[in-house]
Design a protein around this ligand. Structure first.
Ligand code: THU
Length: 159
C-alpha cells in the first residue's frame, strides 16, 4: 500500500496586507454581493474576477423557487467571462458573502461545483487563477484552483 499525502497552501492576509489588485477585487465583489438575488437563503455571495486584459467581471448568486435551478456567484461570473471573452484568461477571482447582519467573519469558500468550473477555466487558459476568499477583516488566498481541488476530474480522463 502506498499513501499519498497532500499539502494545502493557504495564505491569510489582513486587508491592509493585500495588494491593490486584490483589494479592488474584494471591493467589487462586496458591491456585487449587494445585488445578489437570494430571497431563499438570505446568503448573498459576490464575486469579481480579473481577466488578463484588465477587464473586471462581477457576479452574484441567483436563486430560484425551484432551488436547484439557481446558480452560485462564481459560476455566474465565470460563465459570463467564457461567453463574452472566450480567449482571455482569468487571472484572479475574489469571493465575499454576506448575511443580513453583515459580511461573514470567516471567508466563504467556493462550493465543489464551482471549484470544478474554476478548474476548467484554469486548464482552458493554462494560467493559474489566484483566489481571494474574503471574510470581514481578512482574506484567505491560494495561487491556483488546484490548491482547493487537488484530486480532480478533467479532460485527461476523456482522452
Ligand atoms: N453560493 C454561492 O453563490 N457560491 C458558493 O460557492 C457557495 C454557495 C450560494 C448558493 C446559494 O444561493 C447560497 O449561496 C446558499 O447556499
Amino acid at each position: 500500500m502506498k499513501e499519498k499525502k497532500l499539502t494545502l497552501h493557504i495564505r491569510q492576509y489582513t486587508f491592509d496586507e493585500l495588494d491593490e489588485t486584490a483589494k479592488m477585487l474584494v471591493e467589487r465583489a462586496r458591491e456585487a454581493a449587494g445585488d445578489a438575488y437570494a430571497p431563499y437563503s438570505d446568503f448573498r455571495v459576490g464575486t469579481a474576477l480579473l481577466l488578463e486584459n484588465g477587464t473586471v467581471i462581477t457576479g452574484n448568486n441567483q436563486e430560484n423557487a425551484a432551488y436547484p435551478s439557481g446558480l452560485c456567484a462564481e459560476r455566474v461570473a465565470v460563465f459570463y467571462a467564457g461567453a463574452r471573452y472566450p480567449d482571455v484568461a482569468i487571472v484572479a477571482l475574489a469571493l465575499t458573502a454576506r448575511r443580513p447582519e453583515g459580511f461573514t467573519v470567516e471567508p466563504a469558500y467556493p462550493c465543489g461545483a464551482c471549484r470544478q468550473v474554476l478548474l476548467e477555466a484554469e486548464n482552458r487558459s493554462g494560467k493559474p487563477i489566484r483566489l481571494i476568499m474574503a471574510g470581514r477583516n481578512h482574506a484567505d488566498v491560494v495561487d491556483s484552483v488546484k490548491e482547493l481541488l487537488p484530486v480532480s476530474f478533467d479532460k485527461r480522463f476523456l482522452e
